[in-house]
Design a protein around this ligand. Structure first.
Ligand code: KG4
Ligand code: ZN
Length: 333
């Protein structure tokens, strides 16, 4: 019997979760709306709001799981990567909670946890598999050989896929975070209406900055000719941009599948909530006979359930860290 408290605070979501023997009993996510009016996450504000949210989130996670604080066997927390000020709040809370209750501490890498979210529910991938991890800060193709034996075989050389969505949204006058809104408008648009360039980038790596620039010039030029262009064409622009981002991601994923001769393919991270990406992946799976693993929506964007499940597997190996552990803004696998 192992009960793990998971804590996530790497960016702008404060989250706490209880995992009992590998099953998620609660997953509380307090999202921070304050950043919306600034069009992006303000690190200083994020850490202040984590401070306010973390204790209520943990209380709620314990209450929802119908356990008692004293039943908890270990505390798992996101050590990195992420915003340092945000990570400090979760790490300090986890350390204090562990110290006060005489519990072991488990450090978790946020990017590994996104991938390990696939082990929350019944349909678990078998090793090895390839995971495309696409979030606001990262775009990675990861060769997953075991729970904690992962190799990044491709990654972005500039912006992340989530950033491409969010920055496009900003150029279109949409609030932060723009990814879900582009997804929403794209559903009513024609994805073939406008053509955006595909970057020519070597191997399994990605680049999104050229696409961002081309969208910026496209919007500027169209608005010059027609000031109402965005009002009248928003859905088509969203659908066309989304289509290009998806094709960039899937082309590299196909390349990786061939290169490593692996047909177990997963996606993870905030952008894996994108309905266009999910549909395109399912279609590719049919064409290429892949076994695909797509997380439930609540486990795509940042959440502590993925930290708790990662903590569960580390607990089985008794992989603990000491009270001297410090957060790491840039944390490698
Ligand atoms: O994994 P995540 O919650 O946080 C990071 O670790 O970065 O990912 C957040 C990113 C944001 O860029 C957000 O716009 C994007 O995921 N995102 C989406 C969708 N839902 C969230 N992008 C496209 N379509 C969505 N439905
Ligand atoms: Zn994330």
């Amino acid at each position: 019997m192992a009960i793990i408290l998971g804590i996530e605070s790497s960016c702008d979501d404060t989250s706490a979760s209880i995992c009992v023997n590998g099953k998620i009993y609660s997953n509380i996510i307090a999202s921070q709306v304050i950043h919306q009016k600034y069009g992006g996450v303000i690190p200083e504000l994020a850490s202040r709001v984590h401070q306010q949210n973390i204790i209520p989130a943990v209380h709620q996670a314990i209450a929802d799981a119908k356990i008692h604080k004293n039943d908890i066997d270990a505390v798992a927390f996101t050590r990195g990567p992420g915003l340092l000020g945000s990570l400090i709040v979760g790490t300090s809370f986890a350390k204090a909670f562990a110290l006060a209750n005489g519990l072991p501490l488990i450090e978790v890498n946020h990017m590994q946890a996104h991938i390990l979210a696939h082990f929350i529910d019944e349909n678990k991938p078998s090793f090895p598999f390839i995971c495309l991890t696409v979030s606001g800060g990262h775009t990675q193709i990861v060769l997953v050989k075991d729970y904690f034996d992962m190799e990044i075989v491709g990654q972005t050389t500039d912006d992340a896929a989530g950033e491409a969505f969010d920055k496009t949204a900003k150029m279109l006058g949409l609030p932060y975070p723009g990814g879900p809104l582009i997804d929403k408008y794209a559903k009513e648009g024609n994805k073939l209406a406008f053509k955006f360039p595909e970057p020519q980038i070597h191997g399994l790596d990605f680049s999104f900055s050229g696409l961002k620039t081309s969208i910026m010039y496209f919007v500027r030029d169209r608005l010059k000719d027609d000031p109402d262009f965005l009002q009248n064409n928003l859905a088509d622009v969203c659908a066309s941009v989304q289509e290009r981002i998806i094709s960039i991601l899937l082309n590299k994923l196909k390349k990786a599948a061939v290169q490593f001769d692996i047909r177990n393919i997963a996606i993870a991270g905030g952008v894996s909530a994108n309905s266009g990406l999910r549909a395109a992946l399912n279609q590719t799976a049919e064409e290429l006979n892949w076994n695909v693993f797509i997380p439930k929506f609540e486990y795509c964007t940042d959440n502590a359930a993925m930290i708790a499940i990662a903590g569960h597997y580390k607990f089985l190996n008794q992989e603990f860290v000491g009270q001297d552990v410090a957060p790491m803004a840039r944390m490698k696998f």
